[in-house]
Design a binder for this molecule. Sequence first.
Ligand code: ACM
Length: 269
Amino acid sequence: MLNISLVQFTPEFGNPMYNLQQIAALLKGIETDIIVLPELCTTGYSFLSKEEALGASEGPDGQKVTFFKQLAKEHKAIVVAGVAEKSGGKTYNSALIALPGGETKVYRKTHLFFREKQCFEEGDSGFFIVQHPLKDCKVGVMICNDWRYPEAARSLALLGADLIACPSNLVSDVWRIGMPARALENKVFVAVANRCGTEVRQLEDGNTQSLTFTGGSVLYNFAGEVIEQASKTEHRVITLQIDPLLTRDKSFNDFNDLLKDRRPGFYLG
Ligand code: ACM
């Protein structure tokens, strides 16, 4: 058994120190083993160019990375946080995975959404899982729009994930249909940490872009059922106890097993 915490709040665009303060305040005193934060939770979302995203991004020694490493150490938890990652003069829409012992890993978003294609490089980390060093739990990570590609969650399940952590900046509600399917079809827990609030940016062509993020951060059990869900606007941490071991037997009756029954020879792509 372990505790997982999903953090929902409104990052302010271009105000990373305020955003870190909000995260620290929300998590104060919470005892947990895994912390999942939204996509791009330190910078805000609505970048308009590669130059702008690069200016807000940072590498492995940056202040925000140091903050999340410290958070992981303090809570003895895995922290999964959406960040703008600088590497080799390029910027990735990434999830930093900070482990309690100080080690970090980075997942780079595979399926970029909308204007992200103008601002970030396509993710090249591929999918992988992380073993919790203090608990029997294997964590896989995908980011937001990755949910639309069942191959992402399936890859993580095939690698042995018990839980998929999904830092998100979701701007519609259609994910509420698809995301639970990712849990059900793979028999894994799915933790969606979404943000709330609205970001308004002036575009070069004189138009205005306004994006409202739909909150509703949620933990699905391995049957795709909601265990607990935040409202669309509240700033809060959802902390729940789960048993990751319950995901490991992939059978769903005496004859069928979700992964063993696959027929890859008939699948395209
Ligand atoms: C999204 O991928 N931020 C919708």
